[in-house]
Design a protein around this ligand. Structure first.
Ligand code: ZN
Ligand code: ZN
Length: 427
């Protein structure tokens, strides 16, 4: 978002906060509605210590056990060859701020979609946190809670310390035709502003477990998609076969000793029981060979506690799949399978047929599980991937025609019936 957009309603042409000049407001009302959180950093920005070097960018640090956020300078090396990489972060300070021991992995989430305003921002914010914060004894992040609370309950349920960096996105000049297939904007780490701070609040305030824009339901019914329960209440289908072939390698290492074997046989009549481990797949990133591997996912894994995003296509075909990036990133690692599974299917969005940015770059390895808690096999995953690839053909066809009607027709590909039909072809 451009720097003179209102931090609250994103209207153009606001006036900067006189004290910090770090964000703008279109009106007294917008400024007032932001004040209770803005004031936590306004003074800090106005009195900020000087930037140590030109390669340092301002980040917002949310301590775990203190009530207020802080500003920190993070060093990075700009990436001048790859447009889609905002630069390499110097990790030592970040690890010092975020980890407790050398084994802690850092998680990374990039956000450009604003749930409150139902719009994509032209900037991205990047959350860094302890990857396993759901289960490693981390406390609720006091400083995020205090920041979000004046606006409503904190729904992201952050735990442990969190660090937020901002990334600017600029469209490349038109003549920049270097044969790069996707082209894509030029990304750069940039100083986090108090408008980005507001985006952190919005994300934590409006985060939904399903990560589905709430207007999606209306959109689906517009296309005549019926009978799909989009909520959480879908009862899992009865287990049909061999769900307990558990190799026990990964699954039982989670520390829950209470019911290691007894409940894994998953009798169909005990569908309310959460199984100790379920079968999922790991999609390795391209740099690690793009392998697809079966993994056992323990009950306390973050993905089984609602972390990650649902593949929109999977939902439409009646087999909701949840994807979660799996590891700390040190490089620009792509993952085409994950990217295709996460294609945006909202035809009113200009990025229809593309994955959101956070699923195009820096993806690394990805874990996939079925949202209904049943096992996901290798074959099912590969079939689903083939289906996404076929859908992309439809997207390309629609793009050639270039009308909205063509997009609507492409969307008719995404039905449970067509998916079942395609599955027979893939055999
Ligand atoms: Zn405003
Ligand atoms: Zn201010």
């Amino acid at each position: 978002m451009s720097l003179n957009k209102c931090a609250v309603c994103w209207k153009e042409g606001g006036k900067a906060c006189v004290a910090c000049k770090s964000c703008c407001y279109c009106s007294k009302e917008c400024q007032k509605s932001d004040w209770k959180s803005h004031k936590l950093l306004c003074h800090a920005i106005a009195n900020e210590e000087a930037r140590p070097t030109p390669s340092h960018v301002r980040a917002i640090y949310f301590p775990e056990d203190k009530p207020t956020p802080e500003l920190v300078w993070i060093h990075h090396t700009p990436e001048d060859e790859v447009n889609s990489d905002p630069g390499i972060l110097e990790m030592s300070l970040m690890r010092k701020l975020l980890t407790r021991n050398a084994n802690d992995l850092l998680g990374l989430t990039k956000i450009s979609w604003n749930h409150r305003l139902k719009q994509h921002s032209s900037r991205m914010i990047e959350f860094h946190y302890r990857d396993n914060f759901c289960n490693d004894g981390s406390h609720t992040t006091a400083s995020i809670n205090a920041t979000v609370e004046p606006h409503g309950p904190e729904k992201r349920h952050w735990k442990g310390p969190v660090l937020v960096l901002a990334i600017s996105r600029e469209e490349p000049p038109d003549d920049d035709d270097d044969g790069d297939l996707l082209g894509g904007p030029i990304l750069q780490y940039t100083d986090a502003t108090l408008a980005d701070f507001r985006s952190v609040i919005d994300h934590s305030l409006c985060y939904e477990r399903q990560q589905m824009p709430s207007d999606m339901q209306a959109l689906l019914s517009k296309f005549g998609f019926k009978g799909l329960d989009l909520g959480d209440g879908t009862p899992p289908p009865a287990a049909t076969e061999g769900v307990s072939k558990d190799d026990q390698r990964k699954g039982s290492s989670g520390g829950n000793k209470s019911s290691t074997t007894a409940t894994t046989s998953a009798a169909p009549d005990s569908s309310n029981d959460v199984r100790e481990t379920i079968q999922g797949v790991q999609l390795d990133c391209q740099e690690k060979g793009s392998d697809v591997r079966q993994v056992r996912v323990p009950r306390n894994h973050p993905i089984r506690n609602g972390d990650g995003d649902i593949s929109p296509i999977s939902r439409l075909v009646g087999m909701p799949l949840r994807l979660r990036k799996n590891a700390e990133r040190f490089a620009d690692w792509g993952n085409q399978k994950a990217c295709w599974m996460m294609l945006n299917i909202n035809i009113d969005d200009p990025t229809w047929g593309f994955a959101p940015f956070e699923w195009q770059i820096d993806i690394n390895n990805v874990i996939v599980v079925k949202e209904d808690g049943q096992d996901l096999s290798f074959i099912e995953t590969m079939n689903f991937f083939a289906f996404c690839a076929d859908f992309l053909d439809q997207v390309e066809h629609a793009a050639e025609i270039g009308t909205r009607q063509a997009k609507v027709e492409a969307m008719t590909f995404l039905t449970p019936e067509n998916y079942q039909k395609k599955l027979k072809e893939y055999k």
